[in-house]
Write a protein that binds this ligand. Structure first.
Ligand code: BTN
Length: 281
């Protein structure tokens, strides 16, 4: 059983918030569900129903949590953090790669500040701890109708999934080796309410930087957190594998890979990193 101060609780989160927008939906409400199919799906539904800017949707468990590339995101009760943030605006923020990189960075910083753990970032959306995946970002954009100013309303949903405590979770063997849990490495139990409020704060700061065109700072900081750059990687894009050296990210958040056939710019896809025994993880 979780100690009560570590249990997700909206009133505690809201009292800890240091934000102006995220978690402060004007005349709206943040949501905490015991069980939900997917917090991203709920936030996308809210977007269609005129949901409020900055709404946070949380669930203690998800029955149909979604990862990238159409995968499931295992979301048992009390094992993880399942959170989505609804951001609405009429001017495009940035492309989804850049938003995903920036959001990953915000979450990494929030974990570091609240638990002292050093998180690495693997292009494009993975949060890495001790060589394994401890979390991921699923950013989704939905175009709305044209508003009264002739601009297109855009809804951005930033979904965050973090593995906190394995507890009694039964994982398939292939996942067991790849997955990490924050509380296996943290010196004390993760205060989920503090973590949510810090994520909201870091996200708000980073989205403001993106909005004001200051992505250089974000990209430079992402490079410092990267566990990707300088590594030999295998990228899987659709059916194709691309092998090469991950050199850098460009201004759009694309990964630049030096391959036998020259430089390739990856905008999407998934990468694995070559280990010292020649296999990929
Ligand atoms: C990934 O594939 O690494 C991204 C995983 C994102 C999972 C989170 S959990 C909260 C939110 N709701 C979802 O259905 N997915 C995201």
């Amino acid at each position: 059983m979780l100690k009560s101060r570590h249990k997700l609780d909206l009133a505690s989160i809201e009292s800890l918030l240091k934000t102006q927008i995220i978690g402060r939906p004007l005349s709206g409400k943040n949501e905490l569900w015991d069980e939900l199919n997917s917090t991203n799906d709920r936030a996308l539904t809210l977007a269609q129903m005129d949901g409020h800017q900055g709404t946070i949707v949380l669930a203690r468990s998800q029955t149909a949590g979604r990862g990238r590339h159409g995968r499931n995101w295992l979301s048992p009760p009390e094992a993880g953090l399942y959170m989505s943030v609804l951001v609405r605006q009429s001017t495009p923020l940035a492309n989804l790669s850049l938003i995903t990189l920036a959001s990953g960075l915000a979450v990494a910083m929030a974990i570091e500040i609240t638990s002292g753990l050093k998180i690495g970032l693997k292009w494009v959306n993975d949060l890495v701890l001790d060589g394994g995946k401890v979390g991921g970002i699923l950013a989704e954009l939905k175009q709305g109708p044209i508003n009264e100013n002739g601009q297109i309303d855009q809804s951005l949903v930033i979904g965050i999934g973090l593995n906190i405590n394995k507890n009694k979770v039964d994982l398939p063997a292939e996942l067991e080796q790849k997955v990490r849990w924050l509380e296996d490495k943290a010196i004390s139990a993760v205060d989920r309410n503090l973590l949510v409020s810090q994520i909201a704060f870091e996200l708000e700061q980073i989205l403001a930087l993106l909005n004001s065109g200051q992505s250089t700072f974000i990209l430079d900081t992402w490079r410092q957190y990267s566990v990707t750059l300088g590594e030999t990687i295998r990228a899987t894009v659709g059916e194709k594998n691309i092998d090469g050296l991950a050199l850098d990210i460009d201004d759009s958040g694309a990964l630049l890979v030096q391959t036998a056939n020259g430089m390739q710019q990856l905008h999407a896809g998934e990468i694995s990193i070559r280990k010292s025994d020649g296999t990929y993880c």
